[in-house]
Write a protein that binds this ligand. Structure first.
Ligand SMILES: C[S@@+](CC[C@H](N)C(=O)[O-])C[C@H]1O[C@@H](n2cnc3c(N)ncnc32)[C@H](O)[C@@H]1O
Length: 510
């Protein structure tokens, strides 16, 4: 790593001072997390090799902050090649001192909201757009603002963004009319769009309105932004329609110039693939797959209580508060308190664990509870002001009733780190007890043919559990999602997609 040049050193000082004047919350509201110098250089170097060497560069950064990309532009491109440079910044707090910093340079730094700015006429468009747009989540965007942004993006590129879209996707869509034909764009954005429903219109834009060149996903264990927990990607495209047979490069880890892995994926395969983050680690999904876990199990998340402390108690808590034990059923503690992958049971079905917990399981009306279980009624009354109005409790009737989740014979921890000490982000647990689980687990309920076979054959449960734990991490990760900090997460639907031909082979043929 070489030392930053004098202007970059001054910019970094300015960035630190501007950041320190703001709280984390204020910075979250406008997505104010700067691109580190090295990464900005890497991005501009990649842009350099994609543009024809004699082409004068017209550069735009729609969310410029203090100008990390502009600074990198100056380091990478000869100044004679930079024909124009424009940046937008909505926040005077960063924009004004940045203007002073860049005085004497040919940067036109506009203190304006990019999403309301008028795009230029044809001859004035930009052939290089580089942007780390604000990562503002949809729930921080008001309804009327969302409607305005959706209409503006539709106008700009003919794509209808979904309601749950974050601000960064609107930036990407809006910038379409600022990019010159054959111009290149590089967007540093959260990788999430590759897998979630709201990302679908963004993917359609990348496949149908422009030529998607490359998506490089950084290794989330190697966070690019120390202070914002996101897993980020750089998405590169050129403004012209892709030709048939076009292939997109997916790379992962390392740097843009030296990724740890890379693979070319046909654009047609991307049209059919809901989960782009499987590339480059996995190959294109085979369509003629055999049975999957979803064929054998109904997979559901465990109980979301709305307030674990209030609804989940130890035996001692229940006795101390004189609560009726018959209205509590066993529940497994969180995965870190469950050290073994087989849960044996006491004679009454309670799990044999040091930490035994119980969840309130009562749908009786309050009046009846008052009559039959006065101490429970008092407990509920004491918690009511705080707990009954909480998000999940508010929509339940009665507010203390829990979802119906009987014990499942197999449960799975579906959130974990790829670098966990046992080397596996997900664990399958054979639950021989009558304990249900909270929503930190997924529950696998056998469907009828498998349920019958399990009832007839006591050994089968262990074999199936063995198979579940033998599924390669890579296969499970191909279904799950990666978050910042190397956190992997699998939804019930994703687990249901995992191939499970081995289970079919364990069942009686008739
Ligand atoms: C993720 S930061 C990136 C800053 C800089 N380009 C960098 O990479 O270090 C996003 C910047 O966009 C600015 N911003 C947020 N909303 C904006 C808007 N509607 N128009 C222009 N800038 C905006 C924020 O104030 C913040 O400085």
């Amino acid at each position: 790593m070489s030392a930053p040049n004098p202007i970059e050193t001054r910019r970094l000082l300015l960035q630190t001072s501007c950041d320190s004047d703001k709280t984390q919350r204020e910075r979250n509201r406008l997505g104010q997390f700067a691109t580190p110098t090295e990464l900005a250089t890497d991005v501009l170097q990649h842009a350099y090799v994609q543009l024809p060497t004699d082409l004068p560069v017209r550069f735009l950064d729609p969310a410029i902050g203090t100008g990390s990309f502009y600074s990198a532009l100056l380091r990478v491109f000869p100044s004679a090649r930079i024909a124009k440079a424009v940046g937008y910044e909505i926040d005077d707090h960063y924009g004004r001192p940045a203007r002073t910093l860049w005085q004497g340079h040919r940067l036109d730094l506009k203190l304006e909201d990019f999403t309301t700015a008028r795009s230029p006429n044809d001859g004035e468009k930009f052939n290089l757009i580089i942007c780390n747009p604000p990562y503002v989540r949809h729930h921080h965007i008001g309804i009327s603002e969302k409607n305005r942004l959706q209409a503006a993006v539709m106008d700009a590129c003919g794509v209808k963004m979904a309601g749950l879209t974050g601000l960064y996707c609107y930036f990407l869509g809006l910038a379409h009319t600022w990019l010159a034909d054959d111009g290149i764009a590089g967007w540093l954005i959260p990788s999430e769009f590759m897998d979630v429903n709201y990302g679908e219109p963004v993917k359609q834009y990348l496949l149908n309105q422009v030529e998607l060149l490359r998506i490089h996903r950084f290794n989330p264990n190697d966070l690019q932004f120390g202070d914002a927990l996101v897993s980020s990607s750089v998405v590169w495209f050129r403004k012209h329609r892709a030709t048939t047979g076009h292939e997109v490069e997916f790379s992962y880890g390392g740097t843009l110039a030296k990724p740890s892995q890379s693979r070319f994926v046909p654009a047609v395969a991307l049209q059919a693939e809901a989960k782009w983050s499987r590339f480059p680690i996995s190959d294109v999904r085979m369509t003629a797959t055999g049975p999957t876990l979803g064929d054998f199990f109904k997979i559901q998340r465990g109980i979301a209580t709305g307030n674990n402390k209030f609804f989940i108690k130890s035996r001692a808590d229940i006795a101390t508060a004189n609560l009726p034990p018959e209205l509590f059923k066993p529940i497994l503690p969180g995965p870190r308190h469950v050290l073994r992958d087989i849960i044996e049971a006491e004679a009454d079905g309670t799990p044999k664990l040091d930490r035994q917990l119980f969840i309130l399981d009562c749908r009786l009306p309050e009046m009846e509870i008052q009559r039959r279980y006065p101490s429970l009624w008092e407990y509920l009354q004491a918690g009511k002001p705080d707990v009954s109005g909480r998000y999940l409790c508010r929509y339940r009737s009665p507010w203390y009733a829990q979802e119906n989740r009987p014990a499942a014979p197999f449960v799975c921890t579906y959130m974990g780190r790829g670098n966990a000490s046992h080397g596996r982000p997900f664990r399958f647990i054979l639950n021989l007890s009558q304990a249900t689980v909270a929503n930190v687990y997924l529950m696998l309920y056998p469907k009828p043919p498998l349920a019958c076979a399990l009832a007839d054959n006591r050994e089968l449960a262990r074999k199936i559990w063995g198979f579940l734990n033998s599924i390669e991490t890579k296969t499970l990760l191909g279904e799950g999602r990666v978050y910042g900090g190397g956190l992997y997460k699998m939804e019930p639907r994703e687990l249901a997609n995992v191939p499970a031909g081995a289970i079919a082979a364990m069942l009686p043929t008739e």
